[in-house]
Design a protein around this ligand. Structure first.
Ligand SMILES: Cc1cc2nc3c(=O)[nH]c(=O)nc-3n(C[C@H](O)[C@H](O)[C@H](O)COP(=O)(O)OP(=O)(O)OC[C@H]3O[C@@H](n4cnc5c(N)ncnc54)[C@H](O)[C@@H]3O)c2cc1C
Length: 412
């Protein structure tokens, strides 16, 4: 009987456990997580922090779900090391779990700002359900907040401010939100959306230090220009530090995350990884890539489990990810790898509609749609087909995209 150990019960670890049970009904499956609750919907915790959603619908599995599938779940258990020669996983309680095949699905932890008082009371990071509960409580009892981190997670803090009627100051380093994927035109739509929610973007700013009161609670952020922004709390979302600390000395290849091939296998036989933690070989992009999104993590967990159970390179991970934001009056969607590529085209259609497409070697590798998401499935289809279309930007930028207007695909 094969023994599988999965570290992490986020969507990638949990989807792997579910698939393993389907693929290998007799196997011994253990899932270890350092969180105190089984899988919940990380995408929805922002709605809880906004005060819009109670706890119950956010939970996905209860402990019974694991019992019913004969999956051994260890909550509140932190893995401290992996011995890949002895094939054991050690927990903080000194317990060793033996494995035949191991899946690492440990995701990341929000990075702290490297500035004075960055760990003060009232400075929040956003990753777990527990974080969301704390943010909700802070937000419900406050009038003003500071947000740092001009990316997809930072904007959730802005939405919390908007929903809770808090005056927010969103301190950004450059001249716009998500400057790696948006031009000034696209970003301006997002800035207007923030302003309508009572959140003011502050450009060429950031945080030089936080100031705290006598109780050690944050009371202001001071930016590099010396400007002081008073706040009852601060939300920091400047990126993720991948949870690989416990793999030191394990021989598992890491490069800002765990390196895996398209089968989710690491450099070591019998060790796989899935989800945010991976630097995986993206078969559509033709290079190693990273991707922090729910759908992709779920699929990576499934694919890893299929290959683990088959003990073979049975299935490749091939996926076009997407990440949407629904906080504003207009929808927003990023797909694929919008910050990569060697060329891009874009167009603004109205005050709330904009589109940008990124290409690599003439093929679409990602993009951003604001206001009108209707072309998304066509762009994703072109990505999957790996069609060279960069020279037909006019067709792709038409308000209503008609793929029949594209010149026939060339033989590759
Ligand atoms: C506020 C917020 C909003 C988001 N919104 C969206 C969205 O709209 N759309 C979208 O696609 N994605 C969104 N995401 C991203 C998405 O949630 C992640 O990409 C996805 O959850 C990653 O899943 P994972 O299983 O790879 O990692 P995680 O969900 O991070 O799970 C990893 C688990 O491993 C545990 N762990 C780590 N180290 C250890 C250890 N040593 N021992 C034991 N356990 C350990 C962690 O505690 C955690 O429970 C959002 C994320 C957040 C935080």
């Amino acid at each position: 009987m094969t023994q599988y150990v999965i570290i992490g019960d986020g969507i990638s670890g949990s989807s792997a456990a579910e698939t393993l049970r389907e693929e290998d009904p007799d196997a011994d499956i253990t899932v270890i997580t350092d969180e105190g609750e089984p899988l919940y919907n990380r995408i929805l915790i922002k709605e809880h922090a906004k005060g819009k959603l109670p706890e119950a619908p956010i939970s996905i599995h209860d402990e019974e779900w694991y019992d019913e599938r004969d999956i051994d779940l260890s909550l509140n258990t932190h893995v401290t090391s992996v011995d890949t020669d002895a094939k054991t996983v050690r927990t903080h309680e000194g317990e060793d779990h033996e494995y035949d095949k191991l899946l690492i699905a440990t995701g990341g932890t929000p990075t702290q700002l490297p500035v004075e008082n960055s760990d003060a009371d009232g400075i929040h990071h956003f990753w777990t359900f527990q974080d969301a509960r704390r943010i909700r409580e802070a937000a419900e009892n406050s009038e003003q907040a500071v947000i740092v981190g001009a990316g997809l997670l930072g904007i959730d803090f802005a939405a919390v401010c908007g929903a809770q009627g808090i005056e927010g100051k969103y301190l950004m380093r450059g001249d716009r939100w998500w400057r790696y994927a948006l031009s000034a035109d696209g970003a301006e739509i997002m800035h207007e959306g923030m302003r309508e929610k009572g959140v003011e973007p502050v450009f060429d700013s950031g945080v030089d230090r936080f100031e705290v009161d006598d109780d050690g609670h944050v009371e202001a952020a001071v930016d590099p220009n010396g400007e002081r922004f008073e706040c009852d709390w601060a939300g920091v979302a400047i990126g993720l530090t991948f949870n690989t600390e416990f793999l030191r000395g394990s021989g598992i290849e890491r490069d800002n995350g765990i390196v895996v091939d398209e089968y989710m296998q690491t450099n070591l036989e019998d060790v796989y990884a899935a989800g945010d933690i991976t630097r995986f070989y993206d078969v559509l992009l033709g290079e190693q890539a990273q991707n922090g999104s729910w759908g992709s993590a779920k699929e990576q967990g499934r694919v890893a489990a299929v290959n683990m159970a088959a003990d073979a390179e049975e299935e490749e991970f091939e996926w076009v990810s997407s990440y949407s934001i629904t906080h504003f009056d207009f929808p927003f969607l990023s797909f694929g790898h919008p910050t990569l590529g060697d060329e891009h085209v874009e167009r603004k259609y109205s005050d709330t509609e904009w589109r940008r497409i990124a290409f690599k070697d003439g093929k679409i590798v990602g993009g951003v749609l604001i206001g009108d998401l209707s072309p998304q499935s066509k762009f994703k289809q072109l990505m999957r087909e790996q069609r060279v279309v960069a020279d037909q930007a006019e067709v792709l930028l038409e308000q209503s995209v008609d793929l029949d207007e594209l010149a026939p695909a060339q033989e590759q």
